[in-house]
Design a protein around this ligand. Structure first.
Ligand code: PMP
Ligand code: GLU
Length: 398
């Protein structure tokens, strides 16, 4: 029997796949160092876990409103006001099962068959597949390294067609770690308003910025016209080390939020009631845990970048935020590791895993086949061990 052509056209998430492969090798007793999935290695802070436990003990174990509990939606409004200077009412906020789910709801709410969505590459691999699932057409814009992988006005205008419906913006970026400046946000906002398209602003790494002179700005805060066209996506997975709890959220113009909630009411009913209580504690409790984790990520960022810079044939930009190092490996092309010749980051990554048990993400699915991504959301000890092995691996190439 023929299965869904649409589903068969979707690539499974390779970040998730590589992480399970690394976990499987570990389970087999191999000494693997995984720079794979972007997942903080910290435990969820104690006061947040306690809120989850309390939720179970006090019987908060039933369905909640589809768009999330009133208390959590209110807390999200408070956070958006305080951190981002954004005014939203709870009716404009939809809580979902992770920011991934929020993004999927957003694409489903705004796209009609054949609508185009501009995605600047390098991009987080799920955007293109989500757009396809929603019936849209991903249009990849290749940004340049010499522009710090920042979009230019010319690139945007060139990619625009009358079918363009939205643009995806990720700052800080996965996979480059770059933070979009106010000036660049203004340029993007002007483009979106002029052509009357939506901006899906993925701000999930907002709290993880490492340089004093860099600051997170939500594009929705740049004026009413852009606010009316922006869907802000955020979540608690990265900043509170809560990847497994599965809570993300969107804030959007009222009509869009209503559609997202309606779709979600059929597809998922509501996000997990216990996780919503924990998310409430995360947003309303002390933010010291976020600052502490951020400080630790900063140390790791400095260390991993320094190590990478010292390895011949590799090059990278110093990440400003998130927890990824995006490394150009194209200078290793034509070199051999045993019998195998390297012609792509995928070749590099598979040889590295086979020879040295280091898992990295080759970035063809991020639109950049010459690059690998190293997630430094892992301990200093493992980063050191992994970088020692990568250095050895590159030096042994012939
Ligand atoms: N956006 C980006 C850029 C990400 O890297 C991730 C990581 N999975 C997500 C959204 C989704 O995060 P989650 O579903 O865990 O909230
Ligand atoms: N966002 C993380 C990553 O890029 C987690 C895995 C995923 O959802 O893709 O590795």
């Amino acid at each position: 029997m023929e299965l869904s052509r649409k589903a068969m056209g979707i690539k499974p998430s390779s970040t998730m796949e590589i992480s399970s492969k690394a976990a499987q090798l570990k389970a087999e007793g191999k000494d693997v160092v995984a720079f794979a999935a972007g997942e903080p290695d910290f435990d969820t802070p104690e006061h947040i876990c306690q809120a989850g436990i309390r939720a179970i003990e006090t019987g908060m174990t039933r369905y909640t409103p589809a768009a999330g509990t009133p208390a959590l939606r209110q807390a999200v409004c408070g956070k958006l006001k305080q951190d981002n200077g954004l005014n939203y009412t709870p009716a404009q906020v939809v809580i979902s099962n992770g920011a991934k789910h929020s993004l999927m709801n957003a694409f489903l709410a705004i796209l009609n068959e054949g609508d185009e969505v501009l995605i600047p590459a390098p991009y987080w691999l799920s955007y293109s597949e989500m757009v396809r699932i929603a019936g849209g057409v991903p249009v990849i814009i290749h940004t340049k390294k010499e522009n710090q992988f920042m979009l230019t006005k010319e690139e945007l205008e060139q990619a625009y067609t009358p079918k363009t419906k939205a643009l995806v913006l990720t700052s800080p970026s996965n996979p480059t770690g770059m933070v979009t400046s106010r000036k660049d946000l203004e340029m993007v906002a002007d483009f979106a308003v002029r052509h009357d398209i939506f901006v899906i602003s993925d701000e999930i790494y907002e709290k993880l910025i490492y340089d004093e002179d860099k600051q997170h700005i939500s594009i929705a805060s740049l004026g009413k016209e852009i606010y009316d066209r922006t869907i802000v996506i955020n979540g608690i997975s990265k900043s509170y080390a809560m990847t497994g709890w599965r809570i993300g959220y969107a804030a959007a113009p009222l009509e869009v939020a209503k559609l997202m909630a309606s779709l979600q009411s059929h597809m998922a009913s509501n996000p997990n009631s216990i996780a919503q209580e924990a998310a409430l504690a995360a947003l309303e409790g002390s933010q010291n845990c976020v600052a502490e984790m951020c400080a630790e990520f900063r140390k790791r960022r400095d260390y991993i970048f320094e190590r990478e810079e010292a390895i011949p044939l590799l090059s990278a930009l110093k990440p400003e935020g998130a927890f990824y190092l995006f490394v150009d490996i194209s200078e290793t092309y034509g070199k051999r590791c045993g019998e195998k010749e390297i012609h792509s980051a995928a070749d590099f990554a598979s040889a590295l895993l086979e020879q040295k048990y280091v898992a990295v993400v080759p970035c063809a699915d991020f639109g950049m086949p010459d690059y690998m991504r190293l997630s430094y959301a892992t301990s200093m000890e493992l980063i050191k061990k992994g970088m020692d092995r990568i250095e050895e691996f590159v030096k042994e190439l012939q």
